[in-house]
Design a protein around this ligand. Structure first.
Ligand code: GLC
Length: 550
């Protein structure tokens, strides 16, 4: 099969992306950590699911303080994951199945074990000193200013060798790169080209909206030269190559989304926006979750749909390696597990944009269910726990927040079978396997037409056969309804109507006149429906889509 990304510059609009967090995907050598051969062993499963792209979370050489988001060598692979030969094989084997590999580009920071940082910290005069952000101490000897790390504590660490502080917006082992330095930028471009020449299909760009930071003015996201850097990167690496690029931009507004992804901007294919996620974080951030409400959720997504209606492009995702499991967060992972997992998939895949599936989501994996701090592995959770406990906070309250929103919820091993360690490893897994793997696992769902997996397979296939899903415009209905999520997609004489009852209660849906149609049921997680009309009684978590000519 030819590479999907060779001919059409917009090929990624038709594709479905599958995210792999390699550490937890599949372990082939029994060390309890997933690896690249493990990914190769599951390519047929992924091809069968129908995905066109794999976004691989980092597999580069790393001391793994943040599970690979702390890179010590951009041009080598961590031994626990494999070798460069393994990645070449993965690229080639994926390509045979029509799947492109998108690498994670983590260039806001490196590891403190990167040779650049080791040189930079050795003396104030080192030629690489300026690759990072160094400042003198404040007059009292403390950090230069009050910037805080996302993982707890100050964002500055004093380095004994030279007596200056360096900036780390994440862990102390993740020093921030200084993008104001043109030599550093050229190094990054060369590294990107080295990977692109290896045949990858693009990059997911880690916290890319931080690279324009101005730490002295405490400006982090959306700094003054952010778009200059991205356009320069495009010119130097991406231009003329038909690749997918997706930027992680926690603070982006819909207007910024258009700047990043607009047709003539020459920046990125799309970004991940997080408003539908952070709307449910409280005063103290994600550790203090707010109750879900559908109207806020729809408004966040609809605003992005509207802003990128005729230019720019959306990414569509409900979960990733930093977020809780979608079915646990937005659905009901006990009583209506199957119904709510399939409803969420239906809504997510049928909006306008490129859908992303996070590993295990396609079989309805749920949150980890950890109850003790000793079960967590994540540097963020452990760092903030230490900080909060030192401040005298209540451990039970913190653990409640972590159980709801901690990143390890999405990092338990993929549940392949009902057997020992869910078929993930023959060794001891690096993080606990969810006990519910005896019921929720891929093996039990393969071949079952009513499974969550079958529902994902169907949605992914529909995208390839119905242009209205890719190219149709998007129009929301009943925007203030707290129970129903309803939208229509229209393209050249076809209308697709999507109706979802986002709740565990039955619902009455009064069809708005514009949505009255009779046609074909494209997908449903309850009884098939081939018309939308009159007053419809919906079952709890029922979702369906009807396609008709207009
Ligand atoms: C991004 C990654 C996250 C990582 C952080 C620092 O948010 O998704 O996993 O910890 O950046 O690289």
């Amino acid at each position: 099969m030819p590479r999907p990304y060779r001919d059409d510059p917009d090929w990624w609009k038709d594709a479905t992306v599958y995210q792999i967090y390699p550490r937890s995907f599949r372990d082939c050598d029994g060390d309890g950590v997933g690896d690249i051969p493990g990914i190769v062993s599951k390519l047929d499963y992924l091809a069968d699911l129908g995905i066109g792209v794999i976004w691989l979370s980092p597999v580069y050489a790393s001391p793994m303080e943040d599970n690979g988001y702390d890179i010590s060598d951009y041009r080598d692979i961590a031994p626990e994951f494999g070798t460069l030969a393994d990645i070449d094989r993965l690229i080639a084997e994926a390509e045979k199945r029509g799947i492109g590999i998108v690498m994670d580009l983590v260039v806001n920071h490196t590891s403190d074990r990167h040779a650049w940082f080791e040189a930079a910290r050795s003396s104030r005069d080192d030629p690489k000193r300026d690759y990072y952000v160094w400042r003198d101490p404040a007059p009292d000897g403390g950090p230069p200013n009050g910037l805080r790390s996302y993982f707890g504590g100050p964002a500055w660490k004093r380095d004994e060798v030279t007596g200056q502080y360096y900036l780390h917006l994440f862990a102390a082992g993740q020093p921030d790169l200084n993008w104001q330095n043109p030599v550093l930028r050229a190094e990054i471009h060369a590294m990107m080209n080295w990977w692109l020449d290896r045949g990858i299909a693009g990059f997911r760009m880690d916290v890319i909206d931080l690279i324009g930071k101005d730490p002295d003015r405490e400006i982090l996201n959306n700094g003054p030269r952010l778009h200059d850097y991205i356009r320069e990167m495009h010119r130097e690496t991406l231009a003329g190559r038909n690749v997918l690029t997706v930027g992680e931009t926690w603070e982006a507004t819909p207007e910024m989304g258009l700047l990043f992804s607009g047709r003539d901007r020459h920046e990125l294919s799309m970004v991940f926006q997080f408003r539908h996620v952070t709307s449910f974080w409280g005063e103290a951030g994600k550790w203090d979750p707010k109750p879900f409400d559908l109207v806020t959720f729809k408004r966040a997504l609809d605003d992005w749909q509207r802003a990128l209606a005729s230019d720019g492009w959306n990414s569509l995702f409900l979960s990733n390696h930093d977020l809780p499991r979608a079915v646990s967060k937005y659905g009901d992972d006990t009583r209506y597990w199957r119904e709510s997992a399939t409803l969420l998939a239906t809504v997510n895949h049928l909006m306008r944009g490129t859908p992303y599936v996070y590993q295990g989501e396609e079989i309805g994996m749920t949150n980890a269910g950890f109850t003790e701090i000793g079960q967590y592995r994540d540097v963020e959770t452990l760092g903030l726990y230490a900080e909060r406990m030192a401040a005298g906070d209540d451990p039970a309250g913190f653990l409640r927040g972590a159980a709801a929103n901690g990143r390890d919820n999405a990092r338990t091993p993929v549940q392949w079978t009902a057997g020992p360690n869910a078929g993930f490893t023959t060794g001891t897994p690096w993080i606990g396997v969810n006990a519910n793997h005896v019921a929720i696992n891929a093996e039990a769902q393969i071949g079952d037409d009513a499974s969550v997996l079958a529902h994902y397979r169907k949605l992914i296939a529909l995208r390839k056969t119905h242009p209205v899903i890719v190219d149709g415009d998007y129009r929301p209905f009943l925007e203030d309804d707290p129970q129903l999520f309803v939208f229509a997609r229209n393209l050249a004489g076809t209308q697709l109507v999507v109706v979802a009852n986002f709740s565990g209660e039955p619902a009455a849906f009064e069809t708005p006149s514009e949505l009255e149609i009779a046609g074909e049921c494209l997908i449903s997680n309850h009884v098939p429906r081939d018309a939308v009309s009159g007053t419809m009684r919906l079952a709890p978590w029922e979702a369906f889509a009807v396609l008709a000519s207009t």
